[in-house]
Design a binder for this molecule. Structure first.
Ligand code: ANZ
Length: 474
């Protein structure tokens, strides 16, 4: 035996032996089973050190369990759909499928050379119809349970990559990969109703054994807020603007209402008012991650509309504010500059009244903590908590408000990739969407002619004809 360990020689020989004997293929027997699955890698081309670390950890666990006589099943697969394959395909004039499969073969060799003990007989590639059929089946079953719905919503549109981007993929108003100026578009999208489970998700965090900082991040992401919906009558109309507020105790300090630039009233006004139109254009450049919005300069424009304060009857000006999110609460905010930093900056900039209605030990304005009420009519002297309750009760009596719980968690939008993604199993019959039957699945991606760049599915004639046939069958 040689004194020196030569990995290239020894490992290669041993790995060949493993392969010959199908060493890691899992077959059921009487032993206790152990299933070990690490996250599938994206087949980007080559493994990096992060992969090596990640997959070594899974493999160490599998080997340990094997040595303890468990019947271990450790499979591997590829998270193989996604835009990078399409971009590479366009740049290199290969099909996304060939590009992906070539990368997989290369990375598989690399994984093998690390000696990781996978059962390759069960390998999955998420771009294969045998796999994504089940995504379509799950979509259908969610739909049948009322957990999938379609709604118009605003998205970040990257005109170069011709795709929708998540807020986190927009950096300073530009696409993270293409660098293109992002456009805000309103399009129909499918959503999965994960918000139905918000409370359950939040409560079950108490039961999982995770580091506390991770749990805090999760709680913030779910973002439960207890507050109230409060209605302000729009002057000279019978319509209301409804705000969501977590601080009804500050209602006597309201100096303005602010609506989102994407609110239907803003859009309507922009049709006839050129300065509002210009303002909305300016706001379009800044839709991005919420965290960026919080830092951005607060900008607004007066709509000229007034609303009536539900308790004092005072006229309150309605502004459009770039800091108001359309898809949180009601898309309308009551501005209380004496007690909210953002409202304070806004009111200072546009010279609006700043009234203190909560008194604490804090000096100067804004006073952010809760305390006792001042300048608030019958509610003076009450604590914030007590006053909030009483104020909401009075609003409820007048049919102008009620308690409301809001979550920051949004329903999950499943906009697909241009071409290289799982087709959503829906056809349109007389303009109405029909989710396909499980017997009609999988709806497969059309093959691309050799050397042609992938085009969006909606423009692919083969695919459209295929769907037409499905429509006729019913
Ligand atoms: C008046 C008020 C006074 C508020 C005050 C806060 C402090 P969280 O806790 O994150 O749920 N808000 C409501 N909808 C909004 C939207 N679509 N875009 C931006 N801001 C929105 O925050 C709830 C508070 O965020 C709400 O309570 C509202 O401002 C604002 F001293 O109402 B508050």
């Amino acid at each position: 035996m040689k004194a020196e360990y030569n990995p290239k020689e020894i490992e290669k020989a041993v790995q060949e032996e493993w392969l010959k004997e199908d060493k890691f293929k899992a077959t059921p027997d009487n032993r206790e089973k152990f299933y070990c699955l690490s996250m599938f890698p994206y087949p980007s081309g080559k493994l990096h050190m992060g992969h090596v670390r990640n997959y070594t950890i899974g493999d160490v666990i599998s080997r340990y369990k094997r040595m303890r006589n468990f019947n271990v099943f450790q499979p591997m697969g590829w998270d193989a759909f996604g835009l990078p394959a399409e971009n590479a395909a366009i740049a290199n004039k290969v099909s996304p499928k060939d590009w992906t499969n070539e990368n997989i073969e290369y990375m598989k060799k690399q994984l093998a050379s690390l000696g990781l003990s996978y059962d390759w007989s069960k390998e999955l590639r998420t771009c294969e119809p045998e796999y994504y059929k089940w995504e379509q089946v799950i979509f259908k079953r969610f739909h049948d349970q009322g957990l999938v719905y379609r709604k118009k919503s605003f998205v970040n549109w990257d005109p170069i990559d011709e795709t929708v981007l998540a807020n986190e993929q927009v950096i300073d108003g530009k696409g993270w990969r293409s660098g293109a100026q992002i456009e805000i578009k309103e399009i129909d999208q499918w959503f999965i109703k994960i918000t139905d489970y918000a409370d359950e998700l939040l409560e079950s965090l108490d039961e999982v054994d995770w580091p506390e900082n991770v749990k805090v991040m999760q709680r913030n992401w779910i973002g439960k807020s207890n507050g109230a919906e409060i209605k302000y009558l729009i002057e000279e109309s019978d319509e209301y603007l409804t705000v969501f507020s977590t601080r009804p105790d500050t209602i006597f300090g309201v100096s303005f209402l602010a609506i989102s630039p994407n609110h239907s009233i803003s859009l309507k006004l922009a049709e006839t008012d050129s300065s509002i139109n210009k303002f909305l254009d300016r706001c379009k450049e800044t839709k991005a991650a919420e965290a960026d919005m919080a830092k951005a300069e607060k900008l607004g424009i007066d709509t000229g509309i007034s609303a009536i304060h539900p308790l004092t009857g005072k006229k309150i000006p309605v502004w459009i504010g770039n800091f108001v999110l359309l898809d949180y609460g009601t898309g309308v905010v009551m501005g209380v500059p004496g007690h909210d930093q953002r409202d304070f900056e806004f009111a200072s900039k546009y010279q609006m009244e700043i009234l203190q209605v909560i008194s604490t030990d804090e000096e100067g304005l804004p006073v952010l903590q809760k305390g006792s009420l001042i300048n608030s009519g019958n509610f003076n002297g009450m604590t914030s908590e007590n006053a909030s309750e009483k104020i909401v009760a009075e609003l409820k009596d007048k049919d102008l408000g009620e308690e409301l719980v809001q979550f920051r968690l949004r329903d999950w939008g499943v906009s697909r990739q241009r071409y290289w993604g799982c087709p959503i199993p829906v056809v349109y019959e007389n303009g109405e969407p029909r989710v396909l039957d499980e017997s009609e699945m999988p709806v497969t991606l059309p093959e691309l002619p050799a050397n042609s760049a992938p085009i969006p599915l909606s423009q692919n004639k083969d695919f459209i004809n295929h769907l037409r046939k499905l429509e006729k069958r019913n």
